[in-house]
Design a protein around this ligand. Structure first.
Ligand code: UD1
Length: 439
């Protein structure tokens, strides 16, 4: 179990380029399983979740080559439509294979996926959509057996704009016969990226980014294409917040400010100065200058896009712990996304959690100690708090941040942070482990 050792108090400054978006590349990698040829994906991030998705695709018979940021996925010899439970549990996005496998093979044998423990996270909406397209889904001993003849387009209304369900339905409907109209669809930018990729493969989809998506199923297999994955707005937003919490100045390139409207507005309310590229500019960027002292942004509600992102809610909480005044944060998306609050308290933060609401009263400065990350974005929040804290903060269990931030410590170090990655053996040698058991 590796950890980060951070000595807080340095202002970050410099520039970086956003990596390819984790939440865009995972469904697109899954979609490549339904293309009988080679898909070439540029700007792929180097993350544990991407490795795990590649492991699943390899198990299904795909041949995968990585050349730097480019992944080549050749699914022409896909010969299997069953994903073993252990691989399913390795990442939540394994559920994205349901639509593509049904479309390519007429069946998919899966089990309930893994992922962060941030709430119940059911997958009923995924399967409601796939059933509406003509699939049957039965569950036996924890395994999900999905079968279908020819998938047929239809009208589907989601009770909630689930990102994953929207994506699964888009993939399955793309090569179904006839038109699918999906209403109350999620509108996240990653769904637009999936639409653009699928259209590049010959699909006819319009409306992604709005609540109504039309998918004209051609009934034909999709064809190979080369596609560049969009920049990661959550990773980019995290680095902007890291700059803000240290009073630093950081520019993130390859990051469209439109993706972060609500988040940048909150950072401006906190006293940050934000500079951004104009709409349509070919080289999008966001630059931030943190103030001497952050102020509370007031009330922040995490909700589906274009609202404040639930993924950036925990990093924002870290900022609020040192911002003057009281902040109320509400998460309407996941019911259990305040897990990092307990660990932030160990650093001296004043946070009261009541159901889906947290009240954070700024106290400066935090004092470094040992904390444990319990989920991906909560782990990022602890790192940000460590950057602002006095003395040494050790963030343990960083396998979580590895799932969403490639070379987190190295990027932060390049921006001037005093952070080191320590492996468990090194810390044992130095007599520093706390004996927290691995998940
Ligand atoms: C995706 C993102 C995740 C982000 C989330 C919300 C990926 C790989 N992950 O997750 O980073 O935090 O969107 O922006 O893209 N729900 C149901 N039934 C379902 C599906 C979802 O009740 O079948 C509920 C969930 O429990 C949750 C809410 O809907 O409370 C939102 O989930 P969803 O939008 O599906 O998020 P994910 O696709 O899992």
């Amino acid at each position: 179990m590796d950890s980060y050792e951070i000595r807080g108090g340095t202002r970050l400054s410099g520039e970086l380029r956003a990596s390819g978006a984790k939440n865009a590349v995972l469904p697109i990698l899954a979609a490549s399983a339904m293309i009988p040829g080679e898909t070439v994906l540029d700007h792929c991030p180097d993350l544990a979740d991407v490795d795990n998705m590649c492991r699943i695709l390899t198990h299904l018979g795909c041949r995968i080559r990585r050349e730097g940021e480019t992944l080549r996925v050749d699914a022409s010899r896909l010969h299997c439509c069953s994903v073993p439970e252990e691989l399913m549990k390795s990442l939540r996005s394994s559920v994205f294979l349901a639509g593509p496998l049904l479309s390519r093979c007429g069946q998919a044998i899966l089990s309930t996926p893994g992922g962060c423990a941030i709430g119940k996270r059911p997958i009923d909406l995924h399967f409601l959509g796939l059933t509406a397209l003509g699939a049957s889904v039965t569950e036996r001993e924890g395994r999900l057996f999905c079968r279908s003849g020819r998938l047929r387009g239809t009208e589907i209304r989601l009770d909630y704009p689930s990102v994953g369900a929207t994506e699964n339905i888009l993939m399955a409907a793309a090569s179904a016969v006839g038109e699918t109209v999906l209403t109350n669809a999620a509108r996240e930018p990653e769904i637009v990226d999936l639409q653009n990729f699928l259209n590049g493969c010959g699909a006819q989809i319009s409306g992604a980014g709005t609540s109504v998506i039309r998918i004209r199923g051609t009934g034909k297999p999709l064809r190979s294409c080369r596609y560049r994955i969009m920049g990661d707005r959550v990773e980019g937003g995290t680095y902007l917040m890291a700059a803000a919490v240290t009073g630093g100045t950081v520019t993130v390139r390859d990051l469209d400010p439109v993706w972060l409207g609500a988040e940048l507005a909150a950072l401006e309310r906190m006293g940050c100065r934000v500079e951004r590229s104009l709409p349509g500019e070919c080289e999008p960027f966001v630059a931030i200058r943190g103030p001497q002292a952050l102020r509370s942004p007031g009330f922040v509600r995490a909700e589906p896009w274009p609202g404040f992102s639930t993924d950036l809610q925990s990093p924002l909480m870290a900022l609020c712990t040192v911002a003057e005044g009281t902040t109320v944060i509400e998460d309407t998306v996941f019911e259990n996304r305040f897990q990092c609050a307990g660990e932030l308290r160990k650093l001296g933060a004043v946070i009261r959690v009541n159901g889906r609401r947290a009240e954070v009263t700024g106290t400066a400065p935090l004092a470094g100690t040992t904390v444990t990350s319990g989920d991906l974005r909560g782990g990022a929040a602890l790192v940000l708090a460590g950057l602002a804290a006095r003395g040494k903060t050790i963030v343990e269990n960083i396998c979580h941040t590895d799932r969403g931030y490639g070379k987190f410590d190295i990027v932060l170090k390049e921006l001037g942070a005093n952070i080191e990655r320590r492996d468990v053996n090194e810390r044992e040698r130095r007599g520093e482990t706390t004996g927290v058991s691995e998940e």
